[in-house]
Design a protein around this ligand. Structure first.
Ligand code: F6P
Length: 358
């Protein structure tokens, strides 16, 4: 057997741990050949490959990023290239099928988030033997309890809150911390709870500035002269819109969020007259070593993907259905999941006094 693997979308801690799990099971156990396609779907479109062998697995478990590269723009159904000096965006999915056949693949493992997995579904409907593995720090896929990378991101943000709290307390300041998550507030919610933020603002609950400031005043009234305001990049006020930082050549969303932290920080300082500082954690949340939880999840998902191929269980994604690893059809894999404002985690957070600005 000969199989391929690609990692698509934004990178995320644990991608290499998945590659290691696949490598050890596919090459070590089954003695198959494994080919890595470089930079996500681009490698599959342009036939850019690297053979993956067991000598390469040293240090992969803990290594951040992805050794085969990734891309969040190269979609085979809307591929951008320059032909005869003119930029065109067109469907090159037949080239993907050619590359798959040229490489003599029996199956392909696609590791990615909603955009990458939606494309995987279309390619599987085109006849390729595909299995998916759910990745994203945003945790916004409904078919799995958790996506890998999320736990690591939550740990990174939690540590940042711990550190910002000591400086906020020393200076009697408000610290605004902006975190990633696109249209969902999973990272903000979980790290807000873990780090003990006082105000958590998420896209699913539009916030009211009066409520935000009331919470800061209420804390001040109790002698707590500092506050931590954790804001998800996709959060918006009841009166406002989401804050777009830039438009990008990415056919899935076309935009990147960012900047709400600064807007919010300025407003809080102006209204409360309390000195306010803003920290946008940005790509720090996606870099470096995966947590122990993510290493275990990645290893299990990688092994499951290989076993799915061994069983001919194609057109599906491996997922976590705690405590088991199971499979779901790719049709269900790319469905987006938002935080439910009635979620028990939100309720617990409210019960200990965390404000969501509502
Ligand atoms: O989907 C992962 C993610 O990190 C989002 O949380 C964020 O909005 C986006 O990717 C950032 O993308 P880029 O790396 O292109 O700036």
């Amino acid at each position: 057997m000969k199989i391929g693997i690609l990692t698509g979308g934004g990178d995320c801690p644990g991608l290499n741990a998945v590659i290691r799990g696949v490598l050890r099971c596919a090459v070590g156990k089954y003695r198959w050949e494994l080919t890595g396609f470089l930079h996500g779907y681009k490698g599959l479109i342009e036939n850019e490959t690297v053979p993956l062998n067991l000598k390469m697995d040293a240090g992969l478990l803990q290594r951040g990023g992805t050794i085969i590269g990734t891309s969040n723009r190269d979609n085979p159904y809307a591929y951008s290239e320059t032909i005869g000096g003119k930029k065109v965006v067109h469907d090159v999915s037949d080239r993907v099928v050619d590359t798959y056949n040229k490489n003599g693949l029996d199956a392909l493992i696609v590791v990615g988030g909603d955009g990458t997995l939606s494309t995987a579904l279309k390619l599987s409907q085109k006849g390729l033997n595909i299995v998916g593995v759910p990745k994203t720090i945003d945790n916004d896929l409904s078919a799995t309890d958790y996506t890998f990378g999320f736990d690591t991101a939550v740990n990174i943000v939690t540590e940042a809150i711990d550190r910002l709290k000591t400086t906020a307390e020393s200076h009697d300041r408000v610290m605004v911390v902006e975190v990633m998550g696109r249209d969902t507030g999973w990272i903000a919610l979980y790290s807000g709870l873990a780090g003990g933020a006082h105000i958590v603002l998420i896209p699913e609950i539009p916030y009211d500035m009066d409520c935000v400031c009331r919470k800061i005043y209420e804390r001040k009234g109790r002698g707590k002269n500092f506050s931590i305001v954790l804001v998800a990049e996709g959060a918006k006020s009841v009166k406002g819109e989401v804050t777009i930082k830039r438009t990008v050549d990415d056919p899935t969303t076309g935009v990147r969020y960012g900047g709400i932290g600064n807007i919010l920080g300025d407003e809080i300082e102006e209204i409360t007259k309390i000195e306010t500082r803003v920290t946008a954690l940005g790509h720090i949340q996606r870099g470096g070593t995966p947590s122990a939880f993510d290493r275990i999840l990645c290893t299990r998902l990688g092994v499951e993907a290989v076993n799915m191929i061994a069983e001919g269980n194609f057109g599906k994604m491996a997922c976590l259905d705690t405590p088991d690893i199971t499979t779901v059809p790719l049709e269900e894999a790319a469905r987006n999941r938002k935080v439910d404002p009635q979620d028990s985690v939100i309720k617990a957070a409210k019960d200990i006094g965390i404000s969501f600005g509502d």
